[in-house]
Design a protein around this ligand. Structure first.
Ligand code: UDX
Length: 441
């Protein structure tokens, strides 16, 4: 078999798995390494450990084509590969800074095991200066030449396959020409179709990832503040958003107000950049404000719910549609649903939740603190109000008659603005969304 390159991916979490599958799809032979034996065994048998639209098909196709392999043995994979991608977790430590111990540990192993030139590629989101650290660790173990490259990942959950096969750009931080050439070769299928590859130094590349994610978090948060202000003055944020977004310096995307940003990236990266700033005696004032606004925004509807019920929600049953931090994922990390559920429980409400994909993850976390429904209508049985926490498609065109039959009160709090105002209005529902007029039925 002829491959473009032999590549090892260390870590088969979200980024590692998607990156590995994509690189195999681009024609490379890819070894995915993980210490979790059960997971590796599963993947060898075609089991994809995460939920992501269209991933399974691509994953199975590349296993079949003998371009995608799995092992727990780093040395075995390393010996066969010229390029090693690190896609390891960098969880926030107690102080919010990224914990690099997994990255450092594997860098150590690579230094000890390598027998010829390697390019080590940092794919995980890591603080500025990490490429230098990895370089130091490896060179403390070996005399053999190698390069360390930063190549951040910009994919969105739910669109991982789409984003990874058709990225807006590829950013590569590499100071050595040899490493640049190898990276250019890997991404040639992209550059052939006009996707830009932007070369820079490692530090700028590392910062690009944080800057991009933080900017988007700021953009969303700015819109959330505009939405809150719209309510004060009787403006409609949908109209404001269209009017603003039509200026292509602003753009229509990531201007949707709601109950805050969550997920595994924005909250973590905003925190980490603030923290990195502090280490240099630098205050990211915009990011600090963004973080605080977002914390309040996540639960902004709770006081509205209390207000609606005259200040006391003890014993009220609130149905939740959606638990995932956004649609098309089972991920509940930093999900706004969880903040709302916790606060509503604290205030004595009962929760019945429905999310076809993320429910089992919430069940693991919250157990029988809340009830779970088998479908979206069952969740409404005797509910005093409905809370929409995730914009899943199945909620977008519901049977309002059936909803009214099931519910105690025809009341909707929509944290994702999924209905045009006339829809709940015509169906006789009280409807409170974000940054728009309240429908007082
Ligand atoms: C994000 C980045 O988009 C991606 O480039 C990066 O690699 C990882 O982080 P992801 O966390 O998967 O991806 O989700 P994204 O679609 O960006 O949404 C993040 C959060 O912002 C979600 O909670 C979403 O509901 C919220 N959001 C997004 C809004 O509230 N309004 C918007 O207009 C867009």
């Amino acid at each position: 078999k002829t491959y473009i390159l032999n590549i090892t991916i260390v870590g088969t979490g979200y980024v590692g798995l998607v990156t590995g599958t994509t690189l195999a799809e681009l024609g490379n032979s890819v070894y995915c390494v993980d210490i979790d034996e059960k997971k590796v065994e599963g993947m060898k048998n075609g089991v994809v450990p995460i939920y992501e639209p269209n991933l399974e098909e691509m994953f199975l196709r590349n296993i079949q084509a003998e371009r995608l392999f799995f092992t727990t043995n780093l040395k075995e994979a390393l010996d066969k590969s010229e390029v090693i991608y690190l896609a390891l977790p960098t969880p926030p430590g107690e102080d919010g800074s990224a914990d690099l111990s997994y990255v450092i540990k594997v860098a150590n192993d690579i230094g000890e095991m390598m027998t010829e030139y390697k390019v080590v590629v940092n794919k995980s989101t890591v603080p500025v200066g990490t490429a230098d650290k990895v370089r130091e660790v490896i060179s403390s173990k070996t005399q053999i030449p190698f390069d360390v490259v930063s190549n951040p990942e910009f994919l969105r959950e739910g669109f991982a396959v789409e984003d990874s096969m058709n990225p807006a750009r590829v950013v590569v931080g590499a100071s050595s020409e040899k490493a640049q050439d190898i990276m250019a070769k890997i991404y040639q299928p992209f550059t052939n179709t006009g996707i830009p590859i932007i070369f820079m130094d490692e530090k700028s590349s590392e910062l690009t990832k944080y800057a991009a994610n933080s900017f988007l978090a700021v953009k969303i948060t700015f819109m959330n503040e505009i939405a809150n202000y719209c309510e004060k003055v009787g403006a409609d944020v949908d109209k404001v958003r269209l009017g603003m977004g039509s200026d292509d310096r602003i753009g229509q995307r990531f201007l949707f107000p709601g109950i805050g940003y969550g997920g595994s990236c924005f909250p973590k990266d905003v925190k980490a950049l603030i923290k990195s700033g502090k280490q240099e005696d630098f205050n990211f004032q915009i990011l600090e404000a963004t973080e605080n606004v977002n914390i309040a925004q996540k639960v902004i509807l709770v006081s509205e719910i209390e207000k609606y019920f005259g200040g006391n929600i003890e014993g009220k049953t609130i149905a939740f549609w959606g638990l995932a931090f956004k649609a098309n994922t089972d991920d509940i990390r930093e999900a706004s649903s969880l903040d709302n559920i916790a606060l509503l429980l604290e205030k004595g409400a009962k929760i019945v939740a429905y999310d076809a994909v993320a429910e089992s993850n919430v069940q693991k976390l919250l157990g029988d603190k809340i009830q779970y429904a088998k479908n979206m209508y069952e969740a409404l049985e005797n509910a005093d109000a409905l809370f929409i926490a995730t914009e899943w498609s199945e909620f977008k065109n519901p049977n309002f008659e059936l909803m009214a039959q099931k519910m105690n009160g025809k009341v909707i709090f929509d944290g994702r603005n999924i209905y045009p105002l006339e829809i709940p209005e015509q169906n006789g529902f009280y409807y409170k969304s974000i940054g728009r007029k309240t429908i007082l039925n």
